[in-house]
Design a protein around this ligand. Structure first.
Ligand code: NAD
Length: 361
């Protein structure tokens, strides 16, 4: 008997076909996430769940799913899932790292360039029929090349931003809970600094940490005050990493020059103050939304789900404890941390704090 899985919302057809080849699939095709009671009802007889970041998979949902063995998130971030509750119930949680790194960095870079060079304002100017003659002082923006980029969260996507910045001849500063190894720093030309130095010295600050208790409001009024008046903030990570109301204030008062945002504190709501500001570029959480990458994300999520249901180690598990307990020892070469967005953790179960690095990695 093939295992039963729920796909909580539309994913690419290639991934759905793969799922149907290995399991009996209950697909919710609607454009809206399933309401919680329906999600729980449809999960009751399922062994696998393939879900999106718009599904909140909390202890209550997990409790209502007695047969569930795997929660496979179609995203690298998994702040929508109560991983501790899943682990306690012996449920494997998986995510989709790596396959979206370059696409997400491409988009964060697009936000950076669009904000610096006022691309959205320029587009609106042309569409409004205002381009009647060339003007020397029209829509003057900021250079990116040769400036300083500050990367907060120097993991997969943060490092992909550093690679792009090298092509622009930028000075690269970074801060992370763990310092990168010297070879990586040399290769990327990136210098580890504390968060205050990064904020004070950067012309562009780009955020690439997971959303964790200690990264919630990592950027608020105090941090925005440290930034240069000419600096830009880019957020293609998670909305609650920034205090959105305080960002609006800083932008209104000209305490920073502008922002490029893909994510919001209370998605899909956007702070009304942002909507009227010309110096902000806004996108609807689409940083990983390229055709190829969405297929890769969907396919990897299905592979993760089917692997667990076949009693195998999934390609990209989040909670290593469960595969160890249920499916034999994890391979050390593929070991990834449990609780912090996918990179080497100093100690399992203890999220890192920002501040001075504890060790190289
Ligand atoms: N907008 C989008 O569509 C989109 C797409 C992909 C990823 N993301 C977000 O980007 C995040 C990063 O993805 P990734 O693949 O680079 O993850 P990653 O795990 O490779 O990197 C995250 C880095 O943040 C660091 N970090 C954690 N806590 C920190 C703290 N308090 N201070 C400083 N650094 C800290 C970690 O040590 C790690 O190096 C994801 O968790 C996800 O939420 C968003």
């Amino acid at each position: 008997m093939p295992a039963k899985i729920l796909i909580s919302r539309t994913i690419p057809p290639e991934a759905i076909a793969l799922a149907r080849a290995g399991a009996t699939v209950d697909l919710h095709p609607g454009p809206q996430p399933l309401p919680k009671p329906e999600l729980v009802a449809r999960l009751r007889d399922k062994e696998g769940l393939i879900c999106l970041i718009t599904d909140t998979i909390d202890a209550e949902v997990l409790q209502g799913a007695p047969r569930l063995k795997v929660v496979s998130n179609v995203a690298v971030g998994y702040n929508n899932i109560d991983v501790a509750a899943a682990t306690a119930r012996g449920i494997v949680v998986t995510n989709t790292p790596d396959v979206l790194t370059e696409t997400t960095a491409d988009f964060a870079w697009a936000l950076l360039m669009a904000a610096a060079r006022r691309l959205v304002e320029a587009d609106q100017y042309v569409r409004a029929g205002k381009f009647t003659q060339w003007e020397m002082m029209l829509l003057i923006g900021a250079d990116a090349h040769g400036k300083t980029l500050g990367i907060l969260g120097f993991g997969r996507i943060g490092r992909a931003m550093a690679r792009r910045a090298r092509g622009f001849g930028m000075r690269i500063l970074y801060n992370d809970a763990l310092r990168a190894d010297p070879a990586t720093e040399r290769e990327l030309g990136a210098m580890f600094v504390d968060k205050a130095t990064l904020l004070k010295e950067s012309d562009f600050v780009t955020l690439h940490t997971p959303l964790l208790p200690d990264t919630r409001h990592l950027i608020g009024a105090a941090e925005l005050k440290m930034m240069k008046r000419t600096a830009f903030l880019i957020n293609a990570a998670r909305g609650p990493i920034v205090n959105e109301a305080q960002l609006v204030e800083a932008l209104r008062e000209g305490r920073i020059a502008g922002a490029g945002l893909d994510v919001y504190e209370d998605e899909p709501k956007v702070h009304p103050g942002l909507l009227s500001l010309p110096n902000v570029v806004l996108a609807p959480h689409i940083a990983s939304a390229s055709h190829d990458t969405r297929i890769k994300m969907g396919t990897l999520a299905v592979e993760n789900c089917l692997a667990v249901l076949a009693g195998k180690r999934p390609p990209t598990p989040v909670n290593l404890e469960v595969p160890q307990k249920k499916q034999g020892p994890a391979r050390p070469s593929a070991a990834r941390p449990a609780a912090r967005g996918g990179r080497a953790a100093p100690r399992r179960g203890r999220p890192p704090r920002s501040g001075p690095p504890r060790k190289h990695r």
